[in-house]
Design a protein around this ligand. Structure first.
Ligand code: NI
Length: 168
């Protein structure tokens, strides 16, 4: 397994729209294993292939305390959404930055597993947030896109300051 480099905002490659996966082979399985490794090493709860500069519709997530509830989705689609929730989100492409984002409370997701088998999931609460956040990445979006201009500019200034401090 390999730990992959995570693209950092504002890297323009984070704006790439991921392509549908049509081949379910060892390369895909390896990508998913490497994405888990990368996510766990970074203490993240979710990771989209976009963030490791692979522009395919693949995401992994694990929101469990024990870090033992892996979920890998290929070609995910939200087919139903309900309600609203506000949740404080972070992102491995924005280290140290957190913001409240409003998203659907519950979603029904249709996707495929790494073998190409169809899966249908009914998710709510934090896991629904996580999957919506990762699916945004696959569409070239990031969580701060959901914020007002003012909130976003405050956060991005903070991100810049932290980066300067880290490299000083
Ligand atoms: Ni993210």
């Amino acid at each position: 397994m390999t730990t992959l480099d995570i693209l950092q905002f504002p890297d323009p490659r984070l704006r790439t729209k991921a392509a549908e996966v049509t081949v379910f082979d060892d390369g895909l399985r390896q990508l998913v294993e490497d994405m888990y490794e990368t996510m766990y090493a970074a203490n993240g709860v979710g990771l989209a292939a976009t963030q490791v500069n692979v522009h395919k519709q693949v995401l992994v997530a694990d929101m469990s305390e024990e870090r033992d509830q892996r979920m890998a989705l290929v070609n995910p689609r939200i087919v139903a959404r309900q309600g609203e929730q506000v949740y404080q989100e972070g992102c491995l492409s924005f280290p140290g930055i957190y913001a409240d984002v409003t998203r659907a409370l519950a979603v029904v997701v249709e996707a495929q597993d790494v073998d190409g088998q169809p899966v249908r999931l009914e998710l709510e609460g934090p896991l629904a947030v996580c999957i919506q956040h990762e699916m945004d990445h696959l569409a070239g979006k990031v969580f701060v896109d959901h914020l007002s201009g003012l909130k976003r500019s405050i956060l991005l200034k903070r991100l810049e300051k932290q980066r300067k401090a880290a490299t000083a």
